[in-house]
Design a protein around this ligand. Structure first.
Ligand code: MG
Length: 219
C-alpha cells in the first residue's frame, strides 16, 4: 500500500457508489417497486463529512432526509469481480448517512431528471471512523440504527438487504471499475424522515461504532 492509509479513505478523493432501494420495506415506504437489479447513483468525494462538522441543509431544499447505511471500503481494486472473491476486495467498513433532499429527488423523479441535486451536494455523505474488516465478520448480519434528537427512527439488520455485499461489489465492478479507497453505500432500511436545523443525529452499528452529527442550514 502507498503512504496513504485506506483507514482514512475519505481523504483519497475516490468515488462513492450508492445503491438505492436495497431494503424492500424502504422501497415500499417511498412508493417504489422492489427492484430486480440494484439501482446505482454516485456521490462526489466533496460530499464527505466527518464528525465535528455539521450536515448542511441545501438552500434549495425544505425536506432533507436521513438514510443510515452500511458503507463498504474497497481495499483492492478490480473490474468484473466475481461474487466468490468479492470479499477479498474489501478493506473494511464505515457507517454512512446518505443525506437526501427528498423534495428535490421527488421532483427529479417526476421530471425524469438525474438525482444529482438531491444526493450529491456538499456534506451529503457523513461517515464514521474506518472499521477494519475483522470487526464485522459478516456484513450481512449487523444491526444499523439512527436516532434524531434521541428518538429512534431507523433500526434494521443488514440481513434484510435485497442484494448482498458480494453481489453489489460484483454488479458494480462490471459497470464501474472499483479502486482502492472507493466507498460503496449499500442502501437504507425503512424509517427515513426529515431533519431540521439544530437537530442532532446519532447513528451506530450495534457493538461496533457510533457517530453524532448536528444539522445546520447552508448560508
Ligand atoms: Mg440511500
Amino acid at each position: 500500500m502507498s503512504q496513504k492509509s485506506v483507514s482514512r479513505f475519505w481523504e483519497w478523493g475516490r468515488k462513492i457508489v450508492c445503491v438505492g432501494r436495497n431494503y424492500a420495506d424502504h422501497a415500499k415506504e417511498l412508493g417504489n417497486a422492489v427492484p430486480t437489479e440494484p439501482v446505482l447513483f454516485l456521490k462526489p468525494p466533496s460530499a464527505y463529512l466527518r464528525e465535528g462538522s455539521p450536515i448542511l441543509v441545501p438552500r434549495y431544499s425544505h425536506n432533507l432526509h436521513h438514510e443510515v447505511e452500511l458503507g463498504v471500503v474497497i481495499g483492492k481494486g478490480g473490474t468484473s469481480i466475481p461474487q466468490g472473491s468479492a470479499m477479498d476486495h474489501v478493506a473494511g467498513y464505515a457507517l454512512c448517512l446518505d443525506m437526501t433532499a427528498r423534495d428535490i429527488q421527488d421532483e427529479c423523479k417526476s421530471r425524469g431528471l438525474p438525482w444529482t441535486l438531491a444526493k450529491a451536494f456538499d456534506t451529503s455523505c457523513p461517515v464514521s471512523d474506518f472499521i477494519p474488516k475483522e470487526r464485522i465478520p459478516d456484513p450481512g448480519d449487523v444491526t444499523i440504527w439512527l436516532k434524531v434528537n434521541d428518538r429512534l427512527r431507523q433500526s434494521a439488520s443488514t440481513s434484510q438487504m435485497i442484494f448482498s455485499v458480494p453481489y453489489i461489489i460484483s454488479y458494480i465492478s462490471d459497470i464501474i471499475s472499483l479502486e482502492e479507497g472507493d466507498l460503496i453505500l449499500t442502501g437504507t432500511p425503512k424509517g427515513v424522515s426529515a431533519v431540521q436545523e439544530h437537530d442532532e443525529l446519532e447513528a451506530g452499528i450495534d457493538g461496533v461504532v457510533t457517530m453524532t452529527f448536528r444539522v445546520d442550514r447552508q448560508q
